[in-house]
Design a protein around this ligand. Structure first.
Ligand code: NAP
Length: 283
C-alpha cells in the first residue's frame, strides 16, 4: 500500500529544505523574508491554520507577524491595515485568513492586497495572470496538487484529468494548472450529470468537494491517480479526505493520503511564494 501513497510529508519537507536555503541566501544579501498574517475574529479553525503558518515560517527562518483584529472591525479599518502593509518595505507577503465576518466584502479585502505581496495568489491580478500563463503567485493548494504529481513523476501531457469541484480557491485554478500542463480537463460540480461516468474515464482525478468519502473505488478506472484535496471529519470525528481511501486504494496506481497529503503542500507553497516575493527585492 505504501508504495501507492504520494506523501505530502516527503514533498513538503523537500520544499521546506529548499526554502531554508533560499532564506539563508537572502539573509546574506540583507533581505529578511517576512510574512504578515491578518486574522479577523476568533474562528478556531482559522486560528489553528494561522498557528500552523507561523510555525512553518519559524522553522524556515521566515519572519512572520500576526495581526489579530476583532470580529467587529470595520471594513475600512481592515483595508487601512492592508494598505499600511502594502507600503511597508519589510513585508514581502500579506495573507488575510478567510473566511471573514459577513459584514466585510471578501473581494474588496483580497483585492486591496498589492498583487506583488499576494502570496495566496487570490487577487484578481494574480488569478488573471495565472489564467493567461504569465508569471504570478499561483494559489498554494492547486500548486500543491501539481507539485505532488510532479514529485511522483506523473506527466500530465495528454492525460484525461477530472477535477471535482469548481471553487475559486481549488477547483478552477487546479483545472487551469492542469490545462497548462497539456492535460485534457473536465470540471465537475454539484450540477454535473453522472460524475462516475466521467471519473471512470479519467487518468487523474482531483477531488475537492468537501464531502467525506465522496469518491469511491467503483468510480475509478484501474490504475488511476487520485489527488485528494478534501479535509473533512468523518462520523467518528477522524480527519479524512473526499476520497473513500479504503475502496480507492486497491484500484488506484497512486493516491494522496489525508492527513499527510495536499494540506501540507498548501502550507509549503505559502513559504515558497513568500520567498519568491522576497527574491523580487534583489531584482
Ligand atoms: P467549496 O468552495 O465548498 O467548493 C466545493 C465544490 O464542490 C463546489 O464547486 C461544489 O459545486 C462541489 N460539490 C459539492 N457537492 C458536490 C456534489 N455532490 N457533487 C459534485 N460536486 C459537488 O470548497 P473548497 O474550498 O473548494 O474546498 C473543497 C475541499 O477541500 C474541502 O474539504 C476543504 O476543506 C478542502 N480544502 C483543502 C485544502 C488543503 O490545503 N488541503 C485547501 C482548501 C480546501 P457547486 O459549485 O456546484 O456548488
Amino acid at each position: 500500500m505504501d508504495n501507492k501513497l504520494i506523501s505530502g510529508k516527503v514533498v513538503s519537507a523537500q520544499i521546506k529544505e529548499q526554502v531554508k536555503q533560499e532564506v539563508d541566501f537572502l539573509n546574506s544579501k540583507g533581505v529578511y523574508p517576512k510574512l504578515s498574517v491578518i486574522i479577523v475574529g476568533e474562528n478556531p479553525a482559522s486560528q489553528s491554520y494561522v498557528k500552523g503558518k507561523h510555525k512553518d515560517c519559524g522553522e524556515c527562518g521566515i519572519i512572520s507577524d500576526n495581526i489579530a483584529m476583532p470580529e467587529t472591525i470595520s471594513q475600512a479599518e481592515l483595508l487601512a491595515e492592508i494598505d499600511r502593509l502594502n507600503k511597508d518595505d519589510s513585508v514581502h507577503g500579506i495573507l488575510v485568513q478567510l473566511p471573514l465576518p459577513k459584514h466585510i466584502d471578501e473581494y474588496a479585502v483580497i483585492n486591496t492586497i498589492a498583487p506583488e505581496k499576494d502570496v495566496d495568489g487570490f487577487t484578481a491580478v494574480n488569478v488573471g495572470n495565472m489564467n493567461i500563463g504569465k508569471d504570478c503567485f499561483t494559489p498554494c493548494t492547486p500548486q500543491g496538487c501539481i507539485d505532488m504529481l510532479d514529485y511522483a513523476g506523473i506527466d500530465m501531457t495528454g492525460k484525461d484529468v477530472v477535477v471535482i469541484g469548481r471553487s475559486n480557491i481549488v477547483g478552477k485554478p487546479v483545472a487551469v494548472l492542469a490545462l497548462q500542463r497539456s492535460a485534457t480537463v473536465t470540471i465537475c460540480h454539484s450540477k454535473t450529470k453522472n460524475i462516475a461516468e466521467k471519473t471512470r474515464m479519467a487518468d487523474i482525478v482531483i477531488v475537492a468537494v468537501g464531502r467525506a468519502g465522496f469518491l469511491t473505488g467503483d468510480m475509478l478506472k484501474p490504475g488511476a491517480v487520485v489527488i485528494d484535496v478534501g479535509i473533512n471529519r468523518n462520523s467518528e470525528g477522524k480527519l479524512c479526505g473526499d476520497a473513500d481511501f479504503d475502496s480507492c486504494i486497491d484500484v488506484v496506481s497512486r493516491i494522496t493520503p489525508v492527513p499527510g497529503g495536499v494540506g501540507l503542500m498548501t502550507r509549503a507553497n505559502l513559504l515558497k511564494n513568500t520567498i519568491k516575493s522576497a527574491k523580487n527585492c534583489l531584482k
